[in-house]
Design a protein around this ligand. Sequence first.
Ligand SMILES: *Cc1c(COP(=O)(O)O)cnc(C)c1O
Length: 392
Amino acid sequence: MNENLDGMNITDILHHMGEHNLPVNAVAPPIFQNSIFCFDSYDAFHEALMHESEHYIYSRGNNPTVNLCEEKIAALEHTEKAKLVSSGVAAISCAVMAFMKQGDHAVCISSAYSWANYLFRTYLKRFGVETTFVEGSNIEDFEQAIRPNTKVIYLESPATFTFTLQPLREVAELAKKHGIKTVIDNTWATPLFQNPYDMGIDLVVHSASKYLGGNSDIVGGVVCGSKEDITRIFNTEFLMQGQVPDPFMAWLILRNLRTLHLRMPVHYRNALGLAEFLEARDDVENVNYPLLPSFPQYELAKKQMRGGSGLFSFRLKTRDYEKIRRITDRVKFFKLAVSWGGYESLFEPTNLVYKNAADIPEDRMSLIRVHAGLEDLELLKEDLSQALDSVR
Ligand SMILES: *Cc1c(COP(=O)(O)O)cnc(C)c1O
């Protein structure tokens, strides 16, 4: 486990950073639940209005509870700055849109999160931005896709449906050579297990609704990067789009971050344990978990990440729709729900998004996404075992 982040101990970041002079020696930071901040003089008021990103004026811009949360996440990601926003999708859209204008071109991996995919495939198209989609496992995919007007390369490594990785150092090097901004969704690995900024990626986004929140009780997002890039996002997108993070949401992230370094190794151990258990069964076709030695990009995963999180997928040998339904109804400890990143284990057949069983493509029929939570591993194995055995 990486205890030392740039010489700063993770406990320092999570437990002490920015919390030394709290009012009345409170052990937890207060929630600044106010919309406006007051000034002592004309000059102070004027100075703040001239540099909104550096001052407390109005809570659509900065807020002390929100800023403390940003400071800690930036330290975890090894970036100069971070901006908390109202959702992961807001983080993706403001990071990308700050660097795109009419006539520009983008490169996006084909397995990106659904709303990131929509942003490039549909939304940006309305404003004259074209996108080339690439599989992205090899640097050649990116070399062939970039054009003179390419401004953004969008990555998600590992991607949270296929679990495929992109070679981050090589992509960053290529992009820098051509003056292209790189944006990565790092939600899966968390800053504990992967720091893309250290590999040369410009902007790192997270859905804080997953592990940073960690308790399935908030929706939030964050963008991390250089002071210059984050200030640009603040001024050109954030203030105008109004993707305001609620101070209470920021406070819940601050509270839940205190256990990030304790939760993640358990998600890792449980996911790996379940992945190995499933891989050994004769009714399972394959398991997609980047830290499993049989994973095609295992070596790259070990090079880019210090560990893995709780989300993975597996494919059963059967293509029988009724069997998938029956297994789903049989699991007891796994909850049936979307999303992931909380304390709880989840079970989600990927064929659920099709209206009719007849529309389900062959490669989706028996592909199941699992989130390994923090429960006892043996209990989880037994639960999957009895559910899978019920249709043998
Ligand atoms: C959930 C998720 C998002 C979107 O985050 P929200 O907080 O739900 O807006 C983005 N990327 C990935 C990989 C996700 O899993």
